[in-house]
Design a protein around this ligand. Sequence first.
Ligand SMILES: Cc1cc2nc3c(=O)[nH]c(=O)nc-3n(C[C@H](O)[C@H](O)[C@H](O)COP(=O)(O)OP(=O)(O)OC[C@H]3O[C@@H](n4cnc5c(N)ncnc54)[C@H](O)[C@@H]3O)c2cc1C
Length: 481
Amino acid sequence: MTNNASKTVADLKRSLTLTVGHGNVWFADDDAARLLPYLSESRGRRMGRAFAVVFPTCTEEVAKVVATCHFHKVPIVTQGGNTGRCFGAQADDERAVIIQLKHLNRVRDFDPDNMTITVEAGMILQDVQRYVAERGYFFSLSLGAEGSCQIGGNLAVNAGGINVLRYGNARELTLGVEAVIANGTVLNALHGLRKNNTGYDLKNLLIGSEGTLGIITAATLKIFAPESNTSHAFIALASVEDAVTTLRRLQQRFEGRVSTFELLPNLAMTLMEQHSDVKCPLDNHHPWYVWYKLADSQITRPLRDEQITFLRDLQVDGLIIDAALAHNERVKQHFEHIRETIVEVQKHAGFAIKHDVSVPVSSIAQLIAAGNAAVQQACPNVRPYPFGHVGDGNIHYNLMCPEDMDDASFMSQYKDKLQKIILDIVDGLGGSFSAEHGIGSQKVELMQTYQDPVALDMMRRIKHAFDPFNLMNPGKVVVPR
Ligand SMILES: Cc1cc2nc3c(=O)[nH]c(=O)nc-3n(C[C@H](O)[C@H](O)[C@H](O)COP(=O)(O)OP(=O)(O)OC[C@H]3O[C@@H](n4cnc5c(N)ncnc54)[C@H](O)[C@@H]3O)c2cc1C
């Protein structure tokens, strides 16, 4: 390193330390071990590199840190709870500064008349849910990582979760954001407005941008009346077509009250019963299962009572084979726990080639039928494990290693081939190759293949307009030509 370069490094260190204080910035060359949890991907799949990790405590400090990085032209990686699955919050550059937002965790405003809460971006999702519930309201965003992911991260990947059907995903729950953009200035779009037609919607550009356009530092979010009337059912079905028809019938009958509708394959029940102490509430030999939830804030008549007749009608019409209705909170939690467990038990079936795709709900059955047939032909005995959010067309289309093949051969011989088969079918059905987890660095190449070229070109121009020096989370989502 030349004298000039070391002076620059020393200046950068001094500026960062002056901005956030000694205790809130750690440098790799002083104490590499301390940085490890922030460099490692949450499942330990990849170790990154960085110059420093900084813990600002307020928006002004975030802005100063970003301005310093901008001045020194060093990459910035924003990190929330680091629960993302696409390596989006990972720094992989020894010059990079990781901005970890966990100290931005205050509630700025709670406004029941406007039905909103304004929180800082580093607040843990579960803490937001609790804060709102303690005041007699409901914050609907809920997903498996809610104990550790942060609101800023949820917005940055436009998270969905189990209540999307009734309340919408992060984008639909957000009325305003505050963000620090690449040159260190603060964009204040933190309004609680439900109507606002004043030019381009910058809030919606920042949501889902995975830290590549700016750092979200606060958000104004919708809250709702509490769900005082819920009903959970677990049903067995002969086919995916029947599941889709059941969803339609549910939506006709309980309009606006269907909040969850999750498809589970037979293999999931088998693995769950083999490798956990969670039991299937019905016989475990049916081809498909669905866990669904209805929710209402009114108790005119308990939803459970209405459902008994509804399920009987479905059975008479031959749409469902069997059904279990939850009669208390413990059983409701059991159904919800099944959905979490079927994700965890996959590892017992060997390596899986995973896809997080979406298609129009009306094409889900076609996706699974065509996908299963094509992958079987390409790789006999591969075990499809498609599950997920039928209600929003998002299927986790995982393919398990055949029992008679070792994991290494499966991955080396079939990963690219089977991925192409599934993603081509999804593309042909007008679907998306990334429904839930975002792009990160993992799917940047898929953007070239499956994103509309005009859309990709516009995204590159937007990125350049926000971040001309490509400092905000470089290498993620879209890369300059
Ligand atoms: C067990 C489990 C279950 C899940 N289930 C679902 C589900 O049902 N539905 C669903 O949609 N998703 C689901 N996810 C994915 C989940 O939405 C994300 O992991 C989560 O929202 C990311 O939040 P985070 O704070 O951990 O962000 P991180 O992982 O830290 O970051 C994710 C991305 O956002 C960027 N980022 C983080 N904070 C900010 C910020 N303040 N400003 C700008 N950019 C930022 C990062 O740079 C990175 O690109 C699940 C994940 C897990 C682990």
